[in-house]
Design a protein around this ligand. Sequence first.
Ligand SMILES: [Cu+2]
Length: 177
Amino acid sequence: MHREDSPMSIRQSQYWNGVRSDATSAFKTWSWFSRSLFLGILLAVLVAGGASAHSYKLGQISIGHVWSPPPLGGVVSIPVYGAILNQGTEKAHLIGAETSVAETVRFRVDAGGTELWPTRITLSPGKPLGLAAWREHIWISGLRKPLKPGDTFDLTLDFGENGKVNTMVIVEEEAGH
Ligand SMILES: [Cu+2]
């Protein structure tokens, strides 16, 4: 479902054109490396806390470096990635998000080629959660304007009973600081 609406799959197939020879093992290696790198960045951002200008705090919930890869030409949907840490003692839930630059914001999981649209993302206490391509992330569709690297846009994250927090998403090819 919604396959026509999936720049991630386009992006991944383009990427894999160059390394198709041993795609399966390469994917696992890349995936492991990418995950390790991501976790390192995630922890650095969250542990640094206020040291980073691009992180947010909502009570016991910290959000670090929220970013989107630039959409390919003509594509009006993009994922949003970032790191979230729940330092409270209770589970928290990301139940929604909205932005002024697009019609729709949803949560998405690409489960081995099948897209799923969870209604919320659960944050266990003390466990950093990365919104990432290989797990839950935010999915913005119906972009009202083109976005290019260096652009930013607003994204309000709704944590339900914990409240809402306004963030700024950076459009960039790779996760920055
Ligand atoms: Cu940042």
